[in-house]
Ligand binder design. Structure first.
Ligand code: ADP
Length: 173
């Protein structure tokens, strides 16, 4: 299957997506926040937070660009992959590389947990203020590179919540 056929674009609420894994734009504490993080914990229930707490006890949170995996609780997905996007700071702190690492590390974690389908939100483009156009380009390029190197992932779904991001991804895909 061609790489293009493995990429899907949706305008939707990611908590409703039935993929093997959905990705959460978490923060380093892993203990919940607003935006998509709040929506995932609200819809998924307390089991997700409980597993996050265990991860925190074990490894002390999650660094920017890295990812961890938990149950998806009551969500239709099997797993939630929590990754921490960079806060945009004028691009002076390797934000682009860190955002690409979020996508790469989430994809590897999905592969290592036998996931074949994975859904991503537009990481860092909410309260973390990463410029949307640049973030979309990094997301699409990183996913395409990954799909060209590995065969385990059958479908990557970009789930946009706002019209602006949806339009940007539509142009890129
Ligand atoms: P960050 O802190 O990484 O910027 P946010 O949650 O503030 O994370 O925003 C990331 C993106 O998630 C934004 O583009 C926002 O519109 C989107 N978002 C918010 N709620 C949902 C949801 N329920 N499903 C999918 N995307 C969402």
């Amino acid at each position: 299957m061609s790489i293009e056929n493995k990429i899907e674009l949706l305008k939707a609420d990611i908590t409703k997506i039935k993929a093997d894994a959905i990705v959460n734009a978490a923060n380093t504490s892993l203990l919940g926040g607003g935006g998509v993080d709040g929506a995932i914990h609200r819809a998924g229930g307390p089991d997700i937070l409980e597993e996050c707490r265990k991860i925190v006890a074990r490894q002390g949170g999650c660094k920017t660009g890295e990812a961890v995996i938990t149950t998806a609780g009551r969500l239709p997905a099997k797993y939630v992959i929590h990754t921490v996007g960079p806060v945009w700071n004028d691009g002076k702190y390797q934000e682009e590389e860190k955002l690409a690492n979020c996508y790469k590390n989430s994809l590897w974690l999905a592969v290592n947990n036998n996931c074949k389908t994975i859904a991503f939100p537009n990481i860092s483009t909410g309260v973390y203020r990463f410029p949307k156009k640049e973030a979309a380009r990094i997301a699409v390029d990183t996913v395409k590179d990954f799909l060209s190197e590995t065969n385990q992932i059958e479908k990557v779904i970009f789930v946009c919540f706002d019209e602006e991001n949806y339009g940007l991804y539509e142009t890129l895909i």
